[in-house]
Design a binder for this molecule. Structure first.
Ligand code: NAG
Ligand code: NAG
Ligand code: NAG
Length: 492
């Protein structure tokens, strides 16, 4: 056979096979193709009768707000059918766009409510959350102090119907959001720097008229001693009150410490003689974390003394080694003898174990943690190590060199036992006294839901622009009223 004829015959065979395959495919897939015809996308009239899910929480709204919310959800649903509800932004290819998608969804809701006259009372007031710890809480479930604070703030703002936008710590995006709706933004909570740009780069100035005005930016830090705002002291926002006899004029918004309901409250007399050590990581017992008692033998020695007086006495902790494998091999760290490890626990399990204890013991780190507040709310006294300068006075906690919990310096026995770091006698005495002096559940008035809501309300309803204008005018005239280290000129 000549080569051309051989080619054409094999081509014919190929074409024949192809035809068979295509016919087969059509037969196999025909039912699916006809299925698509009845899908909501091809027949738009059907989606209009689809039930629209009403989110939980709506029943708690006032009748007026509830009616608006339900109407609005119906309007918004018509828009949302053409937006994917949960796009997958993960992975390296697209970066992490989850916070942008969330915010843009909220902006669409704003547009819908304005166009249809269904905005709730506070909906057109917008708060931008731009602190990385806000983001870690919202998108990664971070529940350290800042995470707990973020949860409290979001709960209150949502209950009141404010619009919350997410911005990671992305200053370029904060500028972008702000610039679309400058008159609706009530405030931005963030730190001055972030992974994407800094506040200074986006700040309103004489030459950058569309920048973010400094008076709308609240510099957040959980701890109460930063003076980081350009405008003034009250633009520094924090979650723990700390301790000071002088009024400091920061914006203090506490997180909420709830009365014990879940898990159920067990009266102290029915709990085992269990001392809960506050330490999430084993390294808190070792140099580097500056433990309050460097001699790790103290726990076993105390246990041997105290178990004679308190049957079944135990030190417990819920901790793990969070260091990498190399570090763990290089410097092995074990829990000091005399302590039982309950292992890593989630929030509910932690509170259940805590509720089954009679004392919470601090060993120096972490400082200003929410946990001692939670302990007190469960009727559990806190042992808080502190240290003194040569010139410190025992009676004046403000003069102390350090304390594991500055806010709780305001409390004394039988709620909080302040014991000198490194002092073994005071260590054992405090545990003994705390075990034999039960307390009722107690929440510092500063940390109650009432006070939290009062503070959020005050923040939302302050005329920050007027306040800033006065400060600025004074500043330009050489009269400084603020104490910050970073204060400077800004544009209103
Ligand atoms: C609107 O916000 C204020 C606080 O600024 C709050 O007191 C009020 O209850 C909120 N309105 C509604 C309907 O929740
Ligand atoms: C706090 O504000 C008040 C009222 O403006 C002022 O009198 C006081 O000096 C301020 N305190 C500090 C520490 O700046
Ligand atoms: C430890 O505390 C006890 C009791 O308060 C006190 O008598 C003792 O001097 C302290 N020891 C040190 C080294 O400070």
């Amino acid at each position: 056979m000549p080569p051309t004829r051989r080619l054409s015959s094999s081509l014919r065979l190929l074409l024949f096979l192809l035809m068979i395959t295509v016919t087969g495919l059509v037969i196999v897939y025909r039912p699916t193709i006809s299925d698509i015809k009845s899908s909501p996308y091809i027949l738009p009239s059907t989606w209009q009768s689809m039930p629209i899910p009403i989110p939980p929480g709506i029943d708690e709204l006032s009748p007026k707000e509830k009616a608006l919310a339900i109407k609005q959800i119906h309007y918004a649903a018509k828009v949302e059918t053409k937006f994917r509800p949960n796009p997958n932004w993960g992975g390296r290819d697209h970066g992490r766009e989850d916070y942008k998608y969330y915010s843009e969804n909220e902006l669409r809701k704003l547009a819908v409510c304005m166009a249809t006259d269904t905005c709730r009372q506070n909906q057109t007031s917008v708060i931008i959350l731009g602190h990385i710890f806000n983001h870690f809480h919202i998108y990664e479930g971070y529940m350290g102090g800042e995470g707990i604070w973020t949860a409290s703030l979001i709960e209150t703002l949502s209950k009141w119907g404010y619009t919350i936008l997410h911005a990671r710590d992305d200053w370029i995006y904060m500028w972008y959001l702000y610039n679309q709706i400058p008159d609706m933004v009530k405030g931005i909570i963030a730190w001055r720097t972030g992974q994407f740009g800094t506040f200074e780069e986006q700040m309103k100035t004489g030459r950058r008229a569309n920048g973010i005005p400094a008076w709308q930016f609240f510099v957040y830090n959980y701890f109460p001693d930063h003076y980081t705002s350009i405008v003034g002291d009250a633009w520094n926002m924090h979650s723990e009150f700390g301790y000071s006899q002088h009024q400091r004029n920061f914006t203090f918004i506490p997180y909420v410490v709830e009365p014990a309901t879940i898990p159920p409250y067990i009266p102290a007399s029915q709990r085992p003689n269990q001392v809960y050590i506050l330490a999430k990581f084993v390294r808190y017992f070792y140099p580097g974390a500056q433990p309050a008692w460097e001699d790790r033998g103290i726990f076993l020695r105390a246990k041997e003394i105290l178990e004679k007086e308190f049957p079944g006495f135990e030190f417990v902790v819920g901790c793990r080694d969070d260091r990498n494998a190399g570090q763990q091999e290089e410097v092995p760290m074990e829990l000091p003898p005399g302590i039982r490890n309950l292992g890593q626990m989630d929030k509910v399990e932690f509170e259940r174990q805590l509720a089954n204890s009679r004392v919470m013991l601090g060993i120096g780190w972490p400082t200003l943690s929410p946990s001692p507040h939670v302990a007190l709310s469960l009727g559990i006294p806190f042992i808080s190590p502190f240290s003194m300068h040569g010139w410190s006075s025992l009676d004046d906690p403000e003069t102390w060199a350090s304390s594991q919990h500055h806010t709780l310096k305001t409390l004394t026995e039988p709620y909080v036992y302040h014991v000198l770091r490194g002092n073994e006698t005071q260590f054992i005495d405090a545990i003994r006294k705390a075990l034999s002096t039960p307390i009722e559940p107690f929440i510092l008035p500063l940390m109650t839901r009432d006070h939290h809501e009062k503070q959020v309300n005050k923040w939302l309803n302050t005329d920050w622009k007027a306040k800033a204008a006065k400060i600025l005018e004074n500043r330009k005239n050489g009269k400084e009223t603020e104490n910050g280290n970073e204060i400077g000129e800004f544009t209103l």
